[in-house]
Design a binder for this molecule. Structure first.
Ligand code: ADP
Length: 357
């Protein structure tokens, strides 16, 4: 799930590799805001409040190359995600809207007892839409979205992981309102063990410090979303900091119907509503990602029925529309990726530590 870091940080490759990426990865839609410009913008905003030196000092202490890399690699400028793009998960969507999206939009109303949590945890099987929700929260609250996989902090950024965490939070503050999405958060915040590597211990401590900073400063519009497939691995200190903990389960029947319709909406197909209902029934236990995989597989079937020796001359209109038979074939190839036994664990953890459902 999610995005990891494309490359590791080192002085040697920063000027060549990442600069190249900086140019190539930026899309026409996602406008690039130089951290320096953003810094100046917030500086001028802050000058009115008389605290320009605060922002100044924060950025001064951070390696500019790291800031640049965070802006290029971790700041997500992908397409907007709407609530309707997420099938099912009505409870989670409603809870998130109320708890974090509205407060990010109207911090003046959500004060005192209504003050939002600064850290929320999304847990559940892989491929159920946790990353999608993170993107949606950022889009809907008009926030800058930062997405990082926690395992990349310990594996790819060896030695620099701790500095990266600090820099990430500083850049996120400069761009606030911001949403920091941390995938596989369990790999960062597992229960301490004696065998734990010193560097991962330091990353973890820094992360907890930053999370605490985010939770105590009420003026800040910073939300940290942790996602995990293994909530039972989180220690008490981590659990406590993610005040709201939402179970993101496998899609139910209606959500699978909606997802099938959504995914097939952009394809030529001959499926009737009844046939879609039947496919949804046959795909019980599939995750959202499995359903997507199923649709891709079914969509390839009509191509396979053509004489491909002549592929260059085939008209797009000659490709037959996707039929229920194509789905039957795809169903025999694409299986559910989540083991039913694992679901029991999520339900149990949800009963003990979850925030509802
Ligand atoms: P997770 O972060 O829970 O592992 P993702 O959000 O990365 O899962 O989901 C992977 C892909 O599966 C998404 O990009 C999306 O295409 C599809 N998907 C999964 N769940 C849903 C859902 N509830 N609604 C719409 N699409 C979904």
């Amino acid at each position: 799930v999610g995005t990891g870091l494309g490359q590791s940080y080192s002085d040697d490759n920063i000027n060549t590799e990442s600069r190249k990426k900086l140019g190539s990865r930026r899309t026409a839609k996602g406008k690039f805001v130089s951290p320096l410009l953003a810094h100046r913008e917030s500086e001028s905003k802050n000058e009115e409040k008389g605290s320009s030196t605060l922002v100044d000092d924060r950025l001064k202490n951070i390696d500019p190359k790291m800031v640049e890399l965070i802006t290029a690699e971790i700041m997500d400028k992908g397409p907007e995600v709407a609530w309707n793009d997420i099938a099912g998960l009505e409870f989670a969507k409603a809870a998130i809207q109320e708890a974090v999206v509205w407060p990010l939009l109207r911090p003046d109303i959500f004060t005192g007892l209504r003050k939002p949590p600064k850290g929320i945890l999304l847990f559940g099987p892989p491929g159920t839409g946790k990353t999608l929700i993170g993107k949606c929260v950022a889009s809907q609250s008009k926030s800058t979205f930062f997405s990082i996989s926690a395992s990349s902090l310990t594996s790819k950024w060896i030695g620099d992981g701790e500095k990266m965490v600090r820099a990430l939070f500083v850049v996120a503050r400069v761009h606030q309102p911001s949403v920091i999405f941390i995938d596989e958060v369990d790999s960062l915040l597992t229960q301490r063990s004696d065998t734990e590597h010193e560097s991962s211990r330091r990353i973890k401590t820094e992360f907890l410090v930053q999370l605490d900073g985010a939770t105590t400063d009420s003026e800040e519009r910073l939300l940290v979303i942790g996602a995990t497939n293994r909530p039972q691995e989180l220690d008490e200190a981590a659990r406590r900091r993610f005040v709201k903990r939402l179970y993101i389960p496998l899609p139910e029947h209606q959500a699978r119907v909606d997802l099938l319709k959504q995914l097939m909406g952009s394809e030529r197909h001959s499926l009737t509503d009844d046939q879609i209902e039947a496919i949804a029934q046959q795909s019980a236990g599939y995750s959202g990602a499995d359903i997507k995989h199923l649709c891709s597989e079914a969509a390839l079937e009509p191509i396979r029925s053509l004489d491909l020796s002549n592929i260059e001359n085939i008209q797009a209109s000659q490709v037959p529309s996707v039929s229920v038979t194509d789905f039957q074939k795809a169903l025999s190839k694409v299986r559910a990726s989540v083991c039913p036994n694992d679901l029991v664990q999520y339900l149990r953890w949800n009963e003990t530590y979850g925030s509802g459902i």
